[in-house]
Design a protein around this ligand. Structure first.
Ligand code: GCB
Length: 568
């Protein structure tokens, strides 16, 4: 799904702003036909989660209704027109002028509706019903009664329209999709551009790659092929140290006249697994960084551009070169920025806390296959994305291997270029590791087990990593490790919850990691403190494992990481 853009042939309007909003406490909106127009509303910002906005409704997960109006601008008469929702958590039903456009399940991934034949010249009324209630049937599922709300995962289940809603127009015939694959031959970069088209019989396509003083063009007849090859001599490769990006423009022409075009940034790079190593552009790389969350006061999981730039600045400040989008896909703009700034991303689906219960496993598999497909379709052209993560911490189950094999095959069919991983807490007995290219493990010895005993924890970690390596001989990433740490809590001797304990834990874990040549990355849990459901292990409803606080102030651990990771 190409992100909407503005050029001579394509237009886009961001419907972000203040919408009308109403909670549906008695779940009567559907029977009372609220889709025809809401009354008794109050204003709400879109995008944003609703939970931290209205004091009395933090834990009300839905349903709730949104409404806005828009006018189709002059000049769009002969275009195809779409409405695109970046992310709504969790279920959405959408109506335009009282007519149902459709529904969607799952947060954090975009969906769109073709409204070409359904919009009015005058004002259009858009109504959206959002239901964020938890259920065992959903992915991610509900489940832990020790949590309120009863999430089966450790972050707050924020709900609402959480990313921008875009109204956009494209030519009736033209570019449907573009896939860019880059390879390296000697000092040359080969950029392969695969086109998917709407109509366009008898037309031509032109690919133009510019940057670093070169311009390379290649023209094809779309009746003969849909592949464009661009050969870049002495290519400037993309890497964290030098995130070089070329500009690619694809044009569709009719008798030499351009009638559609689309531009995107291209980073020429390769990513592969060889034995126990992860190679970027043929050279071993080590991932240093944190796992993250989209989470901030007031907006919850709402898209906030300033927070994106802030988080990248802090990641750079500690010298990180990578992160994982735990535990769901992040906003498109977060991914664009990673390309520009040179961050390596493990891109994860929303499949966290899967249980494999017999009664729901088929439904979950269907959803998870859709999630991985939609994630790859959305993010496949980002050089920053170096790996797909199928899921985080599924429960131990005999059914897991076949489940992940099916997800893996779906992913492999669409993307043959990137390694695929699974983030597991099961360890050496995780049977999906037999076919996945990279192994990600989360470990908390010295915190959840062996409390207060970092040395003992590190010994266990070291032995276990060796055991996994002996069994699989694949690159391993320590994808989570950390301790809850109250900012401002200190102790002479490292003691749990203190900033000193967090530093000591991270320092010792990183020493273990350094001693293993098969460990190719270490991601601390977490970059920042973040909101969770309420429970006896989450003081103030927060997970405190951040090396920064929720409002982005460094703890001692952040200073420690800057000391060891940051290079001027
Ligand atoms: C984990 C989970 C993560 C939790 C973390 C913790 O293993 O993957 O979602 O937040 O542990 O702090 O307990």
């Amino acid at each position: 799904m190409l992100y909407p853009q503005i050029n001579k042939h394509r237009q886009c309007i961001d419907l972000s702003g203040f919408w009308d909003f109403r909670f549906d406490f008695k779940n009567e909106g559907l029977t009372e036909n609220w889709e025809n127009g809401l009354v008794g509303t109050r204003p709400i910002a879109v995008p944003a989660s609703w939970n931290e906005i209205f004091a009395e409704c933090r834990d009300f997960l839905g349903p709730a209704w949104y409404q806005t109006e828009f006018v189709i601008p002059w000049g769009w008469e002969n275009q195809k027109i779409f409405l695109r929702f970046g992310s709504i958590n969790y279920l959405s039903d959408v109506w335009l002028n009282g007519e149902k456009l459709g529904e969607h399940e799952g947060g954090h991934l975009p969906f769109k509706f073709d409204i070409t034949e359904r919009n009015k010249i005058e004002k259009n009324k858009l109504v959206v019903r959002v239901d964020g209630n938890l259920s065992k049937e959903h992915v991610p599922p509900s489940g832990r009664t020790m949590n309120y709300p009863d999430t089966n995962f450790d972050f707050y289940p924020y709900c609402g329209i959480q990313r921008p809603v875009l109204l956009y127009a494209i030519p009736k015939e033209g570019i449907k999709d573009i896939t860019v694959i880059t390879t390296i031959e000697g000092t040359n970069g080969i950029v392969k551009v695969l086109l998917e088209k709407n109509g366009v019989k008898g037309k031509e396509a032109n690919g133009i790659l510019t940057g670093y003083g070169v311009q390379i063009e290649s023209r094809i007849s779309l009746d003969a092929t849909t592949e464009i090859f661009l050969n870049v001599e002495n290519a400037k490769l993309w890497s964290p140290e030098s995130p070089n990006l070329y500009d690619l423009k694809v044009e569709i022409l009719d008798n030499g006249i351009v009638f559609d075009e689309y531009s995107l940034s291209v980073g020429i790079r390769t990513i592969e697994v060889k034995g126990i190593q992860l190679l970027l552009n043929g050279k071993p790389i080590f991932l240093k960084g944190c796992a993250k969350h989209e989470d901030f006061p007031v907006v919850g999981k709402g898209y906030l551009p300033a927070l994106i730039t802030k988080d990248y600045d802090l990641l750079s400040w500690i010298g990180a070169n990578s992160f994982r989008t735990s535990h769901y896909p992040y906003s498109e703009k977060m991914m664009d920025m990673a390309d520009r700034l040179g961050f390596l991303i493990i891109d994860e689906t929303p499949a966290v806390g899967l249980t494999f219960n017999k009664d729901i496993i088929d439904r979950h598999l269907e959803l998870c296959q859709r999630y991985i497909k939609e994630l790859i379709e959305r993010d496949k052209n980002h050089p920053s994305v170096i790996m797909w993560s199928l899921a985080n911490e599924p429960h131990r189950s005999r059914a897991a291997k076949d489940f992940f094999r099916a997800m893996y095959e779906t992913a492999r069919k669409i993307d043959s270029t990137r390694p695929i991983t699974l983030v597991s807490q099961v360890g050496a007995s995780e049977r999906a590791f037999e076919f996945l290219e990279v192994i990600c493990v989360n470990r908390y010895y010295g915190w959840y087990t062996h409390p207060g005993q970092i040395d003992e924890g590190c010994k266990l970690l070291s032995d276990e990593l060796d055991k996994i390596n002996n069994k699989y001989q694949k690159p391993i990433i320590l994808s989570e490790f950390g301790t809850d740490t109250l900012a401002g809590c200190h102790s002479e001797q490292p003691e749990m919850w203190s900033e000193e304990y967090q530093v000591e834990f991270i320092k010792n874990y990183l020493e273990v990691v350094k001693s293993k040549d098969y460990v190719v990355g270490a991601h601390i849990w977490n970059m920042c403190d973040f909101k969770t459901s309420q429970s006896i292990i989450r003081a103030k409803g927060l997970n405190h494992k951040g090396v920064f606080t929720r409002d982005r102030k460094p703890k001692m651990a952040a200073h420690f990481l800057r000391k060891i990771w940051y290079k001027t």
